[in-house]
Design a protein around this ligand. Structure first.
Ligand code: NVA
Length: 372
């Protein structure tokens, strides 16, 4: 027992180190979860996979869907990501990894079945931290239904150490969640392959800037999903829904990447309809330079814009691709004195993510503020 300022006796709580604490994308990074390529499987070529992947790879999905990604490619991914972990450690960041899971098992729920799970390569897609709360996103691809299993050891550990742990309601992912007549050839009409039958979202469709959270309705995040997050977080936060001229949105972090208090990297191919709102708030919006990755290099699950999918180690250090020279130049010229920590994850990019996607920042020193 101890005495508080009103002279009342209260139970003293042991001062535990906070296991989970992150409010934005740039405060000094202390602990990060880095994904694993181990056992990654190619999803079955379902409606939602077709709607979210580039046509040039549809044959890849038809051929390999339901089986593993090419083994030799995964070995290269593994060594790149191991090196990325070493670089994090060298920069003073604690690295945590998900469990190794056998993704090749066929699974069935009362509502659907799937020949394989996907992977635990992209923790950003499934986990998001709001303050001391770590949240599992429900996901929208059937192959990702059980992806949370890879993170349960870590989540239990964070929970036992005092973190708040939330799992957003899982969609049933029955046929009603998908528009099976999704007009793939006519993507300009802003139609989405997911319906509003029930809430669904991927965590990577949300970008955090303290009390302001920016989200997009995408192929995997519906309005009900965004509304669920809004009601869950309550009045302390404002959830802004952003729209982009992007015929096929999925994950906001290669479209609009907030890298500092009032500093955004924007994708020139996908202009933001609400740009004025940021300009009025005095934010700086920098257009990302064109990516340089070769068209010969397989990007099975994303566009080339992974070049702007960078991760801030703090306001002045950015982890970015060693091979994307134009964006390195952009940081040098920015005048915000940002130092680049250059890492090569070209083969890891093939699984659909850059540095932001391959990680979830569990702890950044800092507190909840308003920047908007
Ligand atoms: N789906 C988006 C984001 C990937 C992180 C893209 O391919 O650009």
């Amino acid at each position: 027992l101890c005495v508080n300022k009103n002279n009342q006796h209260v139970q003293a709580t042991t001062q535990l180190a906070v296991p989970v604490n992150s409010h934005n994308e740039w405060d000094p990074l202390e602990e990060v979860i880095v994904g694993r390529p181990d056992g990654a499987c190619v999803p079955e070529f379902t409606t939602e996979v077709k709607a979210t992947t580039n046509e040039q790879y549809w044959n890849f999905y038809k051929k390999f869907g339901g089986g593993p990604f090419p083994k030799q490619h995964l070995e290269k991914v593994k060594s790149e990501i191991d090196e990325m972990c070493n670089i994090f450690r060298h920069e003073g960041v604690i690295v945590r990894r998900p469990d190794i899971i056998n993704w090749s098992e066929h699974f069935k729920t009362p509502d659907f079945s799937s020949p394989v799970g996907l992977y635990s390569a992209m923790p950003r897609d499934i986990l998001i931290v709001f303050g001391n709360e770590i949240m599992e996103a429900p996901m929208a691809w059937r192959s990702r239904f059980f992806e949370y299993r890879a993170y349960r050891s870590l989540l239990k550990e964070y929970f036992n150490a005092g973190a708040k742990w939330t799992a957003a309601p899982k969609p049933l992912m029955g046929d009603e969640l998908y528009d099976h007549d999704y007009p793939i050839e006519n993507m300009q009409d802003r139609k989405y392959v997911t319906t509003e039958f029930e809430p669904c979202f991927d965590a990577a469709d949300f970008m955090r800037a303290g009390r302001d959270i920016f989200a997009q309705r995408s192929q995997v995040t519906n309005h009900l999903g965004i509304e669920w997050v809004r009601r869950h977080l309550g009045p302390e936060y404002t959830i802004h829904e952003l729209t982009f001229r992007d015929p096929n949105p999925m994950h906001i972090d290669a479209t609009f990447n907030i890298i500092g208090p009032g500093l955004v990297i924007a994708n020139p191919d996908r202009p933001c309809d609400q740009l004025k709102m940021f300009e009025n708030a005095g934010w700086t919006v920098v257009q990302a330079p064109m990516p340089t990755i070769s068209s010969e290099h397989p990007l099975w699950m994303s566009s080339k814009w992974l070049s702007m999918n960078v991760l801030m180690l703090d306001e002045k250090r950015v982890m970015c691709s060693k091979t994307e020279k134009p964006i390195i130049k952009m940081f040098e010229k920015l005048g915000w004195w940002i130092e680049t920590v250059q890492v090569d994850i070209t083969f890891a990019n093939s699984l659909g993510g850059g540095f932001h996607c391959w990680t979830t920042d569990v702890r950044r020193s800092g507190h909840l503020q308003s920047y908007f």
